[in-house]
Write a protein that binds this ligand. Structure first.
Ligand code: GUN
Ligand code: ZN
Length: 428
C-alpha cells in the first residue's frame, strides 16, 4: 500500500543550531509519500499527487506533518509516580522512585505499566523513546514486548545498581553483567528494538559494576550506553565521596570504559571544563531534560554545549520530568534558554525533539526527519488545537509564528494523528 499524506510539512536539511531557519524545509501545501514502512518522497502536494495518482490519500488540511517526536531519556517504570510533590533528586529517588520500581519484579505489573506508558507517549506524538527499566530483567522483557506489539523503534535496558539502593533493588557486578548480556542477546536488533547498557548512575554502582558493564560494552560496541551525569550539586558531592580516586563525575565512567561514541548522558548540568572538553572529544551525547530539571530543582542546562560540537537530545525524563509531552518539553527548554540568555528558535526546539534526539541516539539515518529512505514514524500536529492557541496563530505570518504557540501551550490535544512504521497508530 502506498499512502500519500497531505498537509503542511516540516523537515530539516541541516542543523538549525549551525544554519538557523535555513536548515528547515517547510511546504505549506506539502505531501509525504509512505511505502512499505518508509518515506518514499517529500514534496509539494501537487507534484506528488500527479506522480502517484493511485496512492491512498489522507488529507490533514492545515495540520503540520513532522517526524514523530523522540524522547531520548525516560524511565517508563516511573509512569505512575509522575508529578509527586516536594522532593529533590536523592530524597525523590528514595521516597517515590525506589518503592515504585520495586514492583517491577512482577511481570504482570511491568506489562501493565509498559502498555500504559507507550500508549500515553503515542497519544503525545512520541514515536521513539530511550528508557531505563528497573533492575528486574522482567521489566525489560515487558517493555520490549509492548514496544514490539506497537511496531515502535525503541531503546531500553536493565537499570543496574549494586549499592545505595534498598534491599530488593540491588544486583551485583556479576549479575548485572550476566543479566544485561542475556537481555542484550535476546533483544538487541530484534525488529526495531535496541538494547542499551544502563548503569543507573555512579552513586548506585561500585567501580566494579561500572567496570563489568564497560567490559560488556566492549563486547557489544554497537549498543548505546546510558546513564546520569551531574544532575544536582548534592549528587556531585556524593559522587566525590564515593569515588575518591576519580578526577570528576565523568571520570567515574571514563575510568571504567564508559565514555565514547554511543554514550548517552542524561542531564549533564553542572559540568567542569575538563568534562565538557572530554565529552566533545569522545563523541558522547547529552540529553537535556528541562521539565525534570525545573521540577526536581536541578539547574539550567547550557545549550552552548551544542556549539562545542556535542550531540544534544531532548527528553521528558518521565517521571522526574513533569510531562509526557515533547511539546511541553520544548516549552521548558525555551524557558530555561531564556533564563540563560539563550533564546532558542522554534526550528531549534523542533529539531531537538526530532532530529537532535535521533542524533543523540545515533539513529539519525533512520528516524527523526522526513526524507526518502527514513522510517515512516510521523506526527500530525493541529496548530490550532485550543481556542487560546488558535487566536494566537490566527495572526501568524510565518510557519515559526504559527508553530510557536503550539510549542508553548500545546499538549496531547494538538496531536491529530500518529504514524508508526508506515501505518496509522490506533488512538487509545
Ligand atoms: N539519577 C539517578 N536515577 C535517576 C532517576 O530515576 N531520575 C532522575 N531524574 N535522575 C536520576
Ligand atoms: Zn533519568
Amino acid at each position: 500500500m502506498t499512502d500519500l499524506l497531505l498537509g503542511q510539512v516540516l523537515s530539516f536539511t541541516a542543523d538549525p543550531f549551525l544554519e538557523g531557519e535555513a536548515a528547515a524545509r517547510h511546504e505549506s501545501h506539502g505531501a509525504v509519500l509512505v511505502e512499505d514502512g518508509r518515506i518514499a518522497a517529500v514534496g509539494s502536494a501537487e507534484a506528488l499527487r500527479a506522480a502517484h495518482p493511485r496512492a491512498r490519500v489522507t488529507d490533514y488540511g492545515q495540520a503540520l506533518i513532522s517526524a514523530g517526536f523522540i524522547d531520548a531519556h525516560v524511565h517508563y517504570p516511573q509512569t505512575a509516580i509522575i508529578a509527586s510533590w516536594g522532593k529533590r533528586l536523592i530524597d525523590w529517588l528514595e521516597t517515590y522512585t525506589f518503592p515504585e520500581e520495586m514492583r517491577f519484579g512482577d511481570p504482570a505489573y511491568a506489562a501493565e505499566i509498559s502498555g500504559r506508558y507507550l500508549d500515553l507517549t503515542l497519544a503525545h506524538g512520541t514515536t521513539t523513546v530511550c528508557s531505563y527499566a528497573t533492575i528486574h530483567p522482567e521489566s525489560v522483557d515487558a517493555f520490549f514486548e509492548a514496544a514490539a506489539a506497537r511496531g515502535l523503534r525503541a531503546y531500553a535496558g536493565k537499570t543496574c545498581m549494586d549499592r545505595n539502593a534498598p534491599e530488593g533493588l540491588r544486583d551485583t557486578a556479576e549479575s548485572a553483567y550476566a543479566d544485561s548480556k542475556r537481555l542484550l542477546e535476546r533483544w538487541h536488533g530484534q525488529g526495531r528494538l535496541s538494547y542499551v547498557i544502563t548503569p543507573r548512575f555512579s552513586p548506585t554502582s561500585t567501580p566494579e559494576q561500572l567496570a563489568a558493564l564497560g567490559a560488556l560494552w566492549r563486547e557489544h560496541p554497537d549498543c548505546l550506553m546510558q546513564t546520569h551525569l551531574s544532575e544536582q550539586l548534592d549528587e556531585i558531592e556524593w559522587v566525590k565521596a564515593l569515588h575518591p580516586q576519580a578526577r570528576d563525575y565523568l571520570d567515574t565512567y571514563e575510568a571504567q570504559g564508559l565514555l565514547r561514541e554511543g554514550a548517552v548522558f542524561g542531564h549533564a548540568i553542572h559540568l567542569a571544563p575538563r568534562e565538557r572538553a572530554r565529552l566533545a572529544e569522545a563523541g558522547a551525547s547529552l540529553v537535556h531534560c528541562p521539565t525534570s530539571n525545573t521540577f526536581i530543582g536541578s539547574g539550567l542546562f547550557d545549550m552552548g554545549l551544542v556549539a562545542e560540537g556535542i550531540r544534544v537530545g531532548l527528553a521528558t525524563d518521565t517521571g522526574g520530568g513533569s510531562s509526557f509531552s515533547m511539546l511541553r518539553t520544548m516549552a521548558a527548554a525555551y524557558e530555561i534558554g531564556q533564563l540563560r540568555g539563550q533564546a532558542l528558535h522554534p526550528a531549534q526546539l523542533w529539531w531537538l525533539a526530532t532530529a537532535g534526539s535521533a542524533r543523540a541516539l545515533r539513529a539519525e539515518d533512520r528516524i527523526g526527519n522526513l526524507a526518502p529512505g527514513m522510517e515512516a514514524d510521523l506526527v500530525v500536529v493541529d496548530l490550532a488545537s485550543t481556542p487560546a492557541i488558535a487566536q494566537a496563530t490566527g495572526r501568524a505570518e510565518t510557519i515559526w509564528q504559527a508553530l510557536f504557540p503550539t510549542i508553548m501551550m500545546g499538549d496531547d490535544r494538538a496531536i491529530r494523528a500518529v504514524w508508526v512504521n508506515g501505518a496509522p497508530a490506533p488512538r487509545g
